[in-house]
Design a protein around this ligand. Structure first.
Ligand code: 5AD
Ligand code: SF4
Length: 456
């Protein structure tokens, strides 16, 4: 196949693991001679990397596929592929509902993409590739990544927790941890290519090491990654409270590069709901973890996910969630309305919370978290924070963006009106990209800190 002229467009839905899979897929295709385009209309191959976690995510993909029908009619050579979680979950059904789709490629078949596209090209064949024994992980083309200074690194995949609402174990399979050496080598390669921050990814990152030889854990992995030269910051997501350990929190507290931020979803503050969710902890246990985290790492920030309207969630269960949110004062929360997923254990329970109630509870939590965000961000005004500079504003070279170690978003400007001679002498504001820089915070909203650089 002459791939040199073949332009690939990829659209990603869902979580960070999906973003990483898209990035790795594009890398694998570029290696084979494809070119990557951001213009869907000009593409020869359109790939949708999909999510099944909620009904809404699936719905979006089907409607996007529907609207691609015209483009396929105008250009019959166009290859249309559905990848990832929905491909794994819906399989053949996608072909039945969408006759113009050529490829359905599951979560363990990403590494076969170049081969599969090669088979389809010029033939208009339809291929279903959802083998569950396929490869769990695959190599990356280090240079192909959306941000030069930050990268995700997959350390484990899949999940063995089987929370009753969750589709992940069914679409991503059982837990699988990558060997320590592979992770170290990938992080070293990223550092050599100018990357400053790595985020270790896993659906259940805290159970990293299970199934590997010896006493490898997330804590020992963090200790091995911390000394790698060139890397300035290390993060990890997502932490299941049931697998959080004192060792991990001690590593966060002790290691200079590991950032003081956890994403540790509580899902609910009610023990009755947590039990039906099969979360394996109580609200009290969770609160104990938060306390331990804060005593070992005083400036740590914590983010969470919550589901409202889980089957049987009564008003007092919901009030327990409100109390948990108020007491913990999260740095950030993602709030979802319960969406039944076929095949999961929770579908045996009646989805009995009316949509109106789900909406109301969702809004109450959003409003509460927004207030907490405002208050927390206001507390930072007047302080100086360390930011890893990630980008410049497209419209104003003097405005830049970055994040603190605690994962707060910072938008900042150069001093005063930023004299052009000084800017050019310094190599332009772009010279700050990828640098750790101290910023004086002067203002804030619920989602953003605003500041001024004090050392340009
Ligand atoms: N309905 C609603 N939210 C869900 N999540 C996972 N499964 C469901 C579901 N069936 C949420 C959880 C999880 C986040 C990624 O998505 O809060 O942490
Ligand atoms: Fe969605 Fe879960 Fe798949 Fe991520 S792993 S894309 S959240 S279903």
């Amino acid at each position: 196949m002459n791939t040199n002229q073949t332009k690939v467009f990829i659209k990603t839905y869902g979580c960070q693991m999906n973003k990483l899979d898209s990035e790795l897929s594009v890398g694998a295709l570029v290696k084979e001679g494809y070119t990557f385009t951001e213009d869907e209309g000009a593409a020869d191959v359109i790939l949708l990397n999909t999510c099944s976690v909620r009904n809404k995510a699936e719905h979006k993909v089907y409607s996007q596929l529907g609207s691609l029908r015209d483009q396929k009619e105008k250009n019959p050579g166009l290859i249309l592929g559905v990848l990832g979680c929905m491909a794994q979950n819906d399989g053949e059904k996608i072909f039945r509902r969408m006759p113009h789709v050529n490829l359905v490629c599951g979560t363990r078949m990403f590494s076969k993409l170049p081969e599969l596209l090669g088979k389809i090209n010029g033939t208009n064949k339809r291929i279903l590739a959802i083998d569950e024994d396929g490869e769990v992980t695959f190599d990356r083309l280090i240079t192909q990544r959306p941000n030069r200074y930050k990268a995700f690194v997959s350390v484990m995949r899949g999940c063995d927790n089987y929370c009753s609402y969750c589709i992940v174990p069914y679409v991503r399979g059982r837990e699988f941890s990558r060997p320590v050496e592979d992770v170290i080598n990938e992080v070293k390669d990223l550092a050599d290519d100018g990357c400053k921050e790595v985020t270790l990814l896993g659906q259940n990152v805290n159970s990293y090491g299970k199934g590997l030889n010896g006493d490898t854990t997330l804590a020992t992995l963090l200790r091995k990654l911390d000394p790698i030269e060139g890397i300035e910051r290390i993060r990890f997501v997502t932490s299941h409270p049931g697998d959080m350990t004192r060792d991990i929190l001690e590593a966060v507290g002790e290691l200079p590069k590991v950032c003081e931020n956890l994403h540790m979803p509580a899902q609910s503050g009610s023990d009755r709901v947590l039990e039906r969710m099969r979360r394996q902890y109580t609200s009290e246990y969770y609160r104990g973890l938060v306390e331990m985290a804060r005593s070992l790492v005083p400036d740590i920030t914590i983010a969470s996910d919550f589901i409202v309207g889980f089957p049987g969630e009564a008003e007092d269960d919901f009030e327990d969630t409100v109390s948990l949110m108020k007491d913990v004062r999260y740095q950030n929360c993602f709030i979802f309305k319960y969406s039944p997923r076929t095949g999961t254990a929770a579908t045996e329970l009646k989805d009995d919370v009316p949509e109106e109630t789900k909406k109301r509870r969702n809004q109450i939590l959003l409003d509460l978290q927004s207030e907490i965000n405002k208050e927390r961000n206001r507390e930072v005004v007047g302080k100086s924070v360390e930011v890893l500079v990630e980008g410049t504003s497209k419209t104003d070279e003097c405005r830049l963006t970055g994040r603190t170690r605690q994962n707060q978003i910072v938008v900042f400007s150069l001093p005063e009106t930023c004299p052009p001679e000084r800017l050019s002498r310094a190599g332009g504001s772009a010279s700050l990209l990828g640098k750790l820089t101290n910023i004086d915070i002067v203002d804030s909203t619920d989602l953003t800190l605003f500041g001024v650089i004090n050392e340009f």
